[in-house]
Design a protein around this ligand. Structure first.
Ligand code: NAD
Length: 321
């Protein structure tokens, strides 16, 4: 078996590799060639931590495995990332452990790849203004990936703690783009593409603030109780997701579903759009919303790619179990 460290993952997996891996696995899920297994997520009653497993099998890409980890809120004070995870890959023919892959960097690039896949397939081609809601750990990965998908001319941002937007401003500046810190209502009214990536438990973007033709990627809500946008906005938009079962239970759509504003049949797997089985956006004025809940298969897809590339480039450590 091999070990691929966090550092090796950073060196071998770029945004393009992550995009291809995530787009392929979303397509495989929609074709019925890849399955996520039930997620386990538990408060362990120690260090305020949430710990769990995300597991699945991609029969097309032959990735079998599990991402194990969770959220340790006290880590930042120790100079560590709050989200910690490791991916275990198994040989689907024998069940033998194939690889241990650091999951922290991969989680960020695979989550950014998911919103980018949604932008490529759903946002208007002429999108010029990108609106970022949130400025935490994931936000810089989200911004860098999104900027590669459309010919954006300006980035606007909002965060609970406005000074944290400085890191997004620095990226925009590096890319030669204007950056402005704005209030949420202004952001929603100006942006052609909005990415929400916060840990909020309330509506940050209201239905009537969003202009026609906007694409919104809701990436922060991955647990029951979390929320980033107005359920009425979810009901007004055409909704796409990585996995419908997660979208209705722990994704952004959970609130619109619970209040009866939409039903499960109103939500389309983005894989159907990738596979050409759903048209995606059908008009320039339609509001599209991607509910990016985060599935284990995304982690397995990028970890498999990382393991292959690290082995090819001599960056994997080989050990006997
Ligand atoms: P982080 O802790 O580094 O940043 C949290 C962000 O949320 C900050 O911008 C903070 O200001 C904002 N925030 C917190 N409480 C808020 C509130 N009440 N109202 C408005 N904003 C608030 O976290 P991160 O690593 O950047 O992750 C952001 C979110 O994305 C988390 O909720 C995380 O669980 C989620 N996430 C989702 C996926 C996925 O696949 N969908 C993957 C990774 C992380």
């Amino acid at each position: 078996m091999i070990i691929v460290t966090e550092e090796a993952c950073k060196q071998v997996i770029g945004r393009g590799d992550a995009f291809s891996a995530v787009e392929s696995v979303f397509a495989a899920m929609a074709r019925g060639d890849a399955w996520n297994f039930p997620v386990v997520r538990e408060a362990i009653g120690y260090a305020d931590a949430l710990y769990g497993f995300k597991s699945g099998f991609d029969k097309a890409g032959l990735s079998l495995g599990v991402k194990s980890g969770g959220y340790w809120p006290g880590n930042a004070a120790k100079g560590l990332t709050n989200h910690q995870s490791t991916v275990f890959l198994f040989d689907p023919d024998t069940g033998q452990l194939q690889a241990l892959v650091g999951g922290n960097y991969l989680t960020a690039v695979r989550t950014a790849a998911a919103s980018s896949v949604s932008i490529v397939h759903l946002a208007r081609k002429d999108a010029k203004v990108l609106g970022m809601v949130g400025a935490g750990h994931q936000s810089t990965f989200q911004l860098l990936a999104a900027l590669e998908q459309r010919d954006f001319e300006k980035v606007i941002g909002w965060n609970l703690h406005a000074p944290d937007l400085e890191k997004l401003a620095a990226i925009a500046k590096e890319k030669g783009l204007a950056f402005e810190s704005v209030e949420r209502e202004q952001l929603a009214g100006e942006a052609d593409v909005i990415i929400t990536i916060t840990s909020a438990h309330e509506s940050l973007i209201m239905k009537d603030w969003v202009k026609p033709g906007t694409h919104i990627a809701c990436m922060g809500t991955d647990t029951k109780g979390k929320q980033e946008v107005d359920p009425k906005l979810v009901a007004k938009a055409t909704v796409f997701t990585d996995e419908i079962a997660q979208s209705i239970t722990l994704g952004e759509a959970q609130h619109a579903i619970a209040s009866g504003l939409i039903g499960e049949n109103d939500i389309t797997a983005i894989g159907d759009v990738i596979n050409g089985d759903h048209p995606g956006r059908t008009s320039e004025s339609e509001i599209t919303l991607f509910d990016g809940t985060g599935v284990g298969l995304q982690d397995l897809a990028v970890a498999s790619a990382a393991a292959k590339l690290a082995e090819q480039q001599g960056m994997a450590q080989k050990i006997e179990l």
